[in-house]
Unconditional design. Structure first.
Length: 121
């Protein structure tokens, strides 16, 4: 069985080999990417987040359409927006409905009261 020093030496040699292979293949990979970008008409702007383009951007998937339909149905049912009743020290808000938010739970655990954070009209 190998000892720790031998294993660390092997790791060092393998990491050096991996770095050399990466350096050799880097330029080739960049050239492949540039060729594909040119072939498909892709610019750097197209690679920015939120800049959808191409077939996927033009047509929504079935799941996305289904999700949109559910949101629309919920809005049609009259889901009203409720005014905030509590405001945290960092601007967080809570309507007082549903579970108590973590920021308020933490503050109450520190000995503060909910009423301290009530929004006064």
């Amino acid at each position: 069985m190998s000892n720790l020093i031998e294993i660390q030496s092997q790791i060092e040699k393998l990491q050096k080999q991996a770095s050399e292979i990466k350096a050799r293949e880097f330029d080739k990979t960049v050239q492949d990417i540039l060729a594909k970008m040119q072939a498909f008409g892709i610019s750097l702007k197209d690679l920015q987040p939120g800049k959808a383009r191409g077939a996927k951007a033009r047509s929504k998937t079935a799941a996305a359409k289904s999700a949109d339909t559910k949101v629309k149905k919920k809005a049609e049912k009259g889901a009203a927006v409720v005014a905030a009743k509590y405001r945290g020290p960092n601007g967080e808000t809570w309507s007082g409905r549903g579970l108590t938010p973590r920021w308020l739970v933490a503050l109450v655990a520190q000995g503060r009261t909910k009423e301290e954070f009530a929004i006064k009209n």
